[in-house]
Design a binder for this molecule. Structure first.
Ligand SMILES: [Zn+2]
Length: 299
């Protein structure tokens, strides 16, 4: 139990920090979630295995969204035959995150493969203006980080490695990515530099990803390699739902169905599954959606 006399432990808060290796064409990103992660968990009642899973996905979304060069969002969505049939997290270009594990009420396992058995992860990059891009990643090897590593190894994209950890209170992650040749045009040297920093990063422990400040973590891992650290950016929990979006979703239903609901209930209440926000619509709010069905309303 936490009391006011507790000494605050090392804490990276909710933030993502970019860094560059000064002597190699490699960039990195270190993400840490704290209150934002706990706010998301507080909305639902998840068992500890599911909470940890959600934390790793949130950290991964924050790391991968560091590549977004435009207004938009990155979505990670898994469908599986395991105890968690659907898990979804989003992170937008302003590092606003939200996430949910749907149908996971009975998920009690702590095991990745049992929770997400035969899972298929869709990574969607969804620009506000422009073409959506989607990649599919089979979840395997018992971890999200290894599945993502595998995906990047077999895709045409830049070499990328990811490390993740979450404990139900905090979530953390580290990403390394090789950049197009600029400092080191020699392919053998590039490969050697990449393997060198990956070997150092691979020594990272879950506890370190969760508990250390970015500077401390990066110093511990790469103290012989000069790094340039950028200003950290804040990550926060912010649901993107709104009354207007909910109303738009309602407008896709069969108007006859809406009329029936209004007649039965007097009004329609829609609840956002990410944040539990309720949106209530009276008949007067839906007049335009129901146009052409007015006759039926009057009957
Ligand atoms: Zn919401």
């Amino acid at each position: 139990m936490k009391t006011s006399t507790d000494t605050p432990g090392p804490d990276s808060g909710d933030q993502s920090q970019r860094f560059l290796f000064e002597q190699a064409d490699i960039r990195g990103e270190r993400a840490h979630l704290d209150a934002a992660y706990r706010e998301i968990l507080a909305i639902h009642q998840y068992a500890s295995g599911v909470s940890r899973l959600l934390g790793e996905f949130l950290a991964a979304a924050a790391l991968l969204s560091s590549n977004l060069k435009f207004e938009g969002k990155l979505v990670l969505q898994v469908r599986s035959e395991g105890q968690v049939p659907l898990l979804m997290v989003e992170c937008d270009d302003a590092l606003q995150v939200r996430g949910i594990a749907r149908g996971a009420e009975l998920a009690i396992s702590e095991d990745f493969d049992q929770l997400l058995h035969n899972g298929q992860l869709a990574i969607t990059i969804d620009p506000t203006n422009g073409q959506r891009y989607q990649g599919i990643v089979p979840l395997e090897q018992g971890s999200l980080a290894l599945s993502l590593d595998n995906y990047f190894r077999h895709s045409e994209q830049l070499n990328t490695r990811i490390w993740l950890a979450a404990d139900g209170e905090r979530a953390g992650g580290l990403l390394l990515q090789q950049l197009p040749a600029q400092l080191s045009p020699d392919e053998a040297l590039r490969q050697q530099q990449w393997e060198h920093v990956c070997a150092l990063a691979a020594t990272v422990k879950g506890d370190e990803l969760l508990a250390l400040r970015s500077e401390e973590l990066l110093y511990r891992l790469f103290h012989e390699d000069p790094l340039r650290l950028f200003e950290p950016a804040a990550i926060r929990f912010q649901c993107s739902c709104s009354r207007e979006r909910t109303r738009n979703a309602l407008a896709t239903l069969d108007p006859a169905e809406i009329v029936e609901l209004l007649e039965d209930l007097g009004s329609i209440t829609m609840e956002c599954e990410f944040c539990n926000q309720e949106y209530r619509f009276e008949r007067a709010d839906l007049t335009d959606i129901l146009q052409g069905h007015a006759g039926k309303v009057l009957h």
